[in-house]
Design a protein around this ligand. Sequence first.
Ligand SMILES: Nc1ncnc2c1ncn2[C@@H]1O[C@H](COP(=O)(O)OP(=O)(O)OP(=O)(O)O)[C@@H](O)[C@H]1O
Ligand SMILES: [Mg+2]
Length: 275
Amino acid sequence: MGADPDNKNLEMPAAGVVHCRGVTKVFGTGESVVQALRGIDLDIAGGELRMLVGPSGCGKTTLISVIAGILDRDGGECRVLGQDLQALPPNARTRLRGKRIGFVFQAYNLIPTLTVEENTAVPLLIQGLRRREALERAGAMLDRVGLGGRRQSLPSQLSGGQQQRVAIARALVHEPDLVVCDEPTSALDHRTGDAVMALLREVAVGPGRSLVVVTHDARIFPYADAVSVMDDGRIVSSGPPPSAAALPTSTLPTAAFPTAALPDRLPSLPQVATP
Ligand SMILES: Nc1ncnc2c1ncn2[C@@H]1O[C@H](COP(=O)(O)OP(=O)(O)OP(=O)(O)O)[C@@H](O)[C@H]1O
Ligand SMILES: [Mg+2]
């Protein structure tokens, strides 16, 4: 091998942000066994926003939970940010997740006894940032999701869409290298959903940094670099998203995908008033 005087190799992104081969996951035993993932191959490059779609129960949440190191896989390989999270000692895995991965849960998972500002600051406090600085940064991120005026509220005092935006602010506040979102716009009206996707793209996608979004919301497909369709524990197709111009405003663009396996339900879209 020759010398590398310009350090070009060092600048090349490693093997992408997400690299999965043959990933399997089974829940339960005996008669109640569920094969949630049946051999997932998935590569997500740095700088990419990948969306995952598919019918309810097809394994989307399971897959992103394995990717984020929240669930252990049963088989196959999975490297995320160059690491096999499952092979790391528990402390190292928790540290890496806390510092470099952000997760927006389908059910938001806010801590009910903490204020909106404190909930948002959790990843920074876990990293050992001083409380005052953590709350300042949390406040700045809350401004960006339009909730700067609700810092002292408790989650129970917010609408569903507002809680969803707190969950998004919490996932972004520590500027992670991989952000994984489970239906981040499901409770948002069109305008707020657009603003949230633009923010997610701006904050979470960059050189060596990627965003994975599970969604049933066809309106946000144009934000994706690629869309993967799942069905029954498998990825059945992946490709570029349909262009914004090709999207009908209120229906799923089923014809644009080479599969019939798209979800048959659209999210309910309560009109959430922005404060
Ligand atoms: N903890 C668990 N124990 C047992 N079965 C589970 C568990 N979590 C998920 N499953 C099963 O695994 C399969 C995949 O579930 P998953 O939550 O990944 O689906 P999904 O695609 O996210 O669905 P949805 O769109 O409804 O959120 C389903 O059949 C589900 O019932
Ligand atoms: Mg799910």
